[in-house]
Design a protein around this ligand. Structure first.
Ligand SMILES: [Fe+2]
Length: 472
């Protein structure tokens, strides 16, 4: 089955719109229409009334498994289509389409309730058997309608330099102020390979309109750069009704994520997972069960136990040189009146034991980044330890607390930020910038051995402010 080409699709739409305009103009100017005009009007009216909208929208690139040999994609149509599929081939120059053989990949369809008595059908297709470090073009749709071509690159099968973007909570300002951060981040990090979203993507995770706005903020970038999202408390907010810390259907409908989370928590698939990318193990950990008290305690205990067992395995059997954890709730909060001591005790011990290098977090609607920390205290720059960062990308802001100031290299409030993390062999470089490009923070970790790295603080010191914490 062939997908309709994008140009053909555009032609059909333009003709339909032209026909509708002709109808409106004709009806306004003359009462007795000519036969020709009447026929054109009936055709356009009939087409718009009966033709279901099968155009693919909300195309989101995701993961099917090993980033070196696979990728995945999800999309939606208003009206369900028969035989949904994706097509993939080697990318032509400038992503103008595919060259050489094109494979057809059947998609799995799922119709979900999106609120307000509306339903939508989402599709998920996995691309497997790909070549590492190779650029591919793909499109999605059906016989009646297809997307334009989008492109992505598979990861190298070995450690190799790359960078990615890390964004804290979007949540508010999705229509204008958050997209400004997205544009700034992508402009600052050309060639970034994925985007980490540290939870609370939306204010209400069940709100289809907010999903539309969030994806509109990403634009076509969502179809060409996969995300690494973890759910925050706002993303699972209404789950409390079911007393299960599960993300809503609409979360998994929009995201294709590695199915390698805790095997005994199938109801939480797509919320905790990991992927290995060019020498870095990235663990996305849903910590709602540790810090979100909206859920029944017995349920939280069960999820915590399963996740800790899983986490021990994922961190303990890790052949990658670098380890980064992404979680929503911060281990060392920067917003006032917050503390997640039980979570800090449970997870901090594992991060210490298994040498996690960096933890990327959200939730506090402010910025804070620690020096290297071990066992809750400042670590020597050359000793084992973990750097914890908390950031915000949306417009909702909270005041900062001074409770953990001795650990902090940098605190900042009232600023929408993006971060770029670069990994080049033995060096992991991190920088945080405001939406206008102002440098907010930076540091480097330089590997000394498989277990130890040298921490180099590069945070700019605000004028007239005494240094906080350890300087290097
Ligand atoms: Fe949150």
């Amino acid at each position: 089955m062939r997908l309709m080409t994008s140009s053909r699709q555009l032609q059909v739409r333009r003709r339909a719109i032209a026909g509708l305009r002709l109808c409106a103009a004709t009806a306004a100017l003359v009462a007795a229409v000519t036969l020709t005009a009447g026929v054109a009007c009936r055709k356009a009216t009939s087409a718009s009334a009966v033709a279901p909208d099968t155009s693919p929208v909300r195309i989101v690139l995701g993961w099917a498994g090993d980033p070196a040999t696979s990728q995945a994609v999800t999309w939606r149509t208003t009206a369900a289509v028969a035989s949904p599929q994706a097509q993939i081939g080697l990318a032509a120059p400038d992503c103008g389409g595919a060259i050489g053989p094109v494979r057809n990949i059947a998609a799995v369809a799922r119709t979900i309730d999106v609120g307000r008595n509306q339903r939508a059908t989402h599709y998920k297709a996995g691309f497997t058997g790909l070549a590492p470090a190779t650029r591919y073009a793909y499109r999605v749709g059906s016989a009646s309608s297809s997307s334009r071509w989008h492109c992505f690159s598979t990861a190298s099968a070995e450690a190799a330099p790359f960078r990615f973007i890390y964004l804290g909570d979007a949540q508010r300002g999705l229509g204008k102020r958050w997209p400004e951060v997205v544009r700034a981040a992508f402009a600052a990090a050309p060639g970034a390979r994925f985007v980490v979203h540290a939870g609370d993507l939306l204010d209400e995770g069940y709100d289809d309109g907010q999903w539309r706005a969030w994806l509109a903020g990403l634009g076509d970038r969502a179809a060409e750069l996969p995300g690494v999202p973890v759910p925050g408390n706002h993303d699972v907010m209404r789950s409390r009704l079911s007393r299960v810390a599960a993300a809503p259907d609409i979360w998994n409908a929009h995201f294709a994520l590695p199915a390698n989370g805790p095997a005994d928590l199938p109801e939480l698939a797509g919320q905790s997972y990991y992927l290995d990318y060019q020498g870095v193990r990235i663990v996305a950990l849903d910590v709602n069960a540790f810090a979100n008290e909206d859920f029944r305690e017995s349920q939280r205990s069960k999820v915590q136990a399963a996740q800790l067992t899983w986490l021990r395995n994922v961190l303990g059997e890790n052949p990658q040189r670098w380890t980064i954890v992404v979680q929503h709730y911060p281990m060392y909060p920067v917003a006032k009146h917050r503390d997640f001591g039980r979570m800090r005790a449970a997870l901090g011990a594992l991060y210490d034991k298994f040498g996690v290098n960096l933890v990327l977090q959200g939730h506090d609607h402010a910025y804070g980044r620690t020096h290297k920390v071990y066992d809750g205290r400042l670590a020597d720059p050359e000793a084992p330890g973990t750097v914890y960062a908390t950031s915000v990308s949306g417009s909702k802001m909270y005041a900062i607390t001074t409770r953990w100031r001795p650990l902090m290299a940098r605190l900042q409030q009232d600023a929408q930020l993006y971060q770029v993390v670069s990994v080049t062999g033995d060096t992991l470089s991190y920088e945080s910038r405001a939406v206008d490009g102002t440098a907010i923070d930076a540091f480097e970790l330089v590997k000394r051995s498989s277990s130890a790295s040298r921490y180099v603080n590069q945070a700019p010191r605000p004028a007239g402010v005494a240094p906080q914490g350890r300087e290097n």
